[in-house]
Design a protein around this ligand. Structure first.
Ligand code: ZN
Length: 72
């Protein structure tokens, strides 16, 4: 955990499915964004604190998927 729960997300113009990825530093997120960016795709790096909507969204996604997994 970084101080104050601060972390970063890349906000993509074209693929919001990746927005949940979190990084501890803005440099880390920038480097990853540069690798993943397609030509013409734009992104912004956002700084978030403890109550982060992106992380909450992802947690909901994960728990939702697990609960709906077909049972035997
Ligand atoms: Zn987050």
């Amino acid at each position: 955990m970084s101080k104050n729960g601060l972390h970063y997300h890349i906000k993509w113009s074209g693929k919001p499915a990746r927005d949940w990825e979190r990084f501890d530093t803005s440099a880390e997120s920038e480097a990853s964004a540069r690798q993943l960016a397609r030509p013409g795709e734009t992104y912004t790096v956002e700084e978030h604190g403890e109550s982060c909507p992106q992380c909450m969204k992802f947690m909901k996604m994960v728990s939702g998927r697990d609960n709906n997994e077909a049972s035997t």
